[in-house]
Design a protein. Structure first.
Length: 271
């Protein structure tokens, strides 16, 4: 989950379809927010087809879009979950970055392919997930291990410890980015569900090529609208959102702008 959508590893806990891009996802990966998959079977999943204005990887503006909205990035993703019993679940998934911003070493306009596998436990007031990821891009492989906690408390607080095990082509060092996430109270308007995710993150020294310390804060607004005319294979929804980022240029020195907005729109399937 290259983008940090809410905390990225929480995708493994709730097996959701991405709402807002820009926080691995998530960053852009976000923040995408995720919609819970409800299934009575032991198998569930989500499929999404998102268009994003930015690719934000834990505060880093990967394609250097800044305050420009000129480019459109296509980011399909697939997540699968199996109920193992006793409140444990196994998750698998993939996320792609497709655009013409560079000559692809993978093929066509596919700039990056991320895959992950994880296990989660949701049997108490704290949901826990451990997710291993491999991000393939620029002829290198970045390896990630995320440990995420979701708390059954007001504002749905969460903590993701995003750990880079191998730097690949990131240009930074191995290290950790702790991400604190919250959801401000949302509301419904007819069939539309509105959500307001907020996150704050820190980084260890040279993770983004800069200093250690506060890395970014983000606040998003998202909407999910069911698409009943597409009740094929599961539940479809139209998802859209905007996210504001404030980043520290001493910790993330390569962003063209310290603060900027991102946006996304797409359709998602939960089954």
């Amino acid at each position: 989950m290259r983008r940090h959508y809410l905390p990225a590893a929480l995708f493994a806990v709730i097996s959701a379809s991405t709402l807002i891009s820009s926080q691995a996802g998530e960053d852009s990966m976000p923040l995408p927010v995720a919609a819970e998959t409800k299934s009575s079977s032991a198998f569930s999943g989500s499929l999404s087809f998102d268009m994003n204005t930015h690719f934000i990887s834990y505060g880093a503006d990967t394609w250097g879009a800044g305050n420009n909205f000129d480019d459109a990035l296509f980011n399909p993703s697939l997540g699968l979950a199996w109920d193992l019993g006793n409140d444990f679940s196994l998750t698998l998934g993939t996320w792609w970055d497709v655009n013409d911003n560079a000559i692809s070493d993978i093929g066509s306009n596919v700039q990056e392919v991320d895959v992950w596998a994880g296990i989660s436990y949701g049997g108490g007031p704290v949901e826990i997930s451990l997710t291993y990821q491999q991000w393939y891009y620029a002829e290198e492989t970045e390896q990630i291990l995320d440990l995420a906690f979701g708390f059954d408390l007001p504002l749905n607080p969460s903590l993701t410890l995003h750990g880079r095990l191998s730097e690949g082509a990131s240009g930074g060092d191995n290290g950790v980015v702790p991400v604190l996430g919250f959801e401000l109270p949302g509301f419904s308007l007819g069939a539309a569900e509105f959500s307001f995710p907020v996150s704050v993150a820190f980084a260890t020294d040279a993770f983004h090529g800069g200093d250690a310390g506060f890395a970014f804060a983000s606040a998003g607004a998202g909407v999910s609208i069911p698409l009943p005319i597409m009740e094929v294979m599961g539940e479809w929804a139209l998802n859209a959102g905007v996210t504001y980022y404030y980043t520290d240029d001493m910790v993330i020195p390569n962003n063209p702008d310290e603060s900027f907005f991102t946006g996304n729109i797409g359709i998602g399937l939960s089954f």
